[in-house]
Design a protein around this ligand. Structure first.
Ligand SMILES: [Zn+2]
Length: 114
């Protein structure tokens, strides 16, 4: 039995994110992203909420509409669009998509905790 093709285990296409326009992923936000979960609602689009407070207002993330992801939270409004900071909601969705950059950030976060 052969290993499955990579295309069978990952989304067909990664979001077209231009990481050159973004800050390196912030480790504190990686930790907070793991307190959130998300539900895919469209191509690259997610409904995101706090695992402990599922009835609180959800955020909407779009990984694909532009060359950088978007979120409707305050962190993205003030630090995302102009300064290129990825908020915890966007990081949560990138983890859900198994995006290699996000997975590496999680690995770095775990290493820093040791
Ligand atoms: Zn956000």
């Amino acid at each position: 039995m052969t290993a499955p093709e990579l295309s069978n285990t990952l989304p067909n296409t990664l979001p077209p994110i231009n990481f050159a326009k973004l800050q390196p992923i912030d480790m504190d936000r990686v930790g907070r992203a793991m307190e959130y979960t998300c539900r895919r609602i469209g191509h690259g689009q997610y409904d995101v909420w706090d695992i402990k407070e599922p009835l609180m207002v959800h955020k909407t993330v779009d990984l694909c509409s532009n060359d950088v992801p978007r979120c409707d939270c305050g962190d993205f409004l003030y630090r995302g669009e102009d300064k290129g900071v990825l908020c915890k909601h966007i990081i949560c969705c990138l983890i859900a998509e198994s995006h290699p950059v996000a997975i590496q950030a999680v690995v770095d976060w775990i290493k820093a905790k040791r």
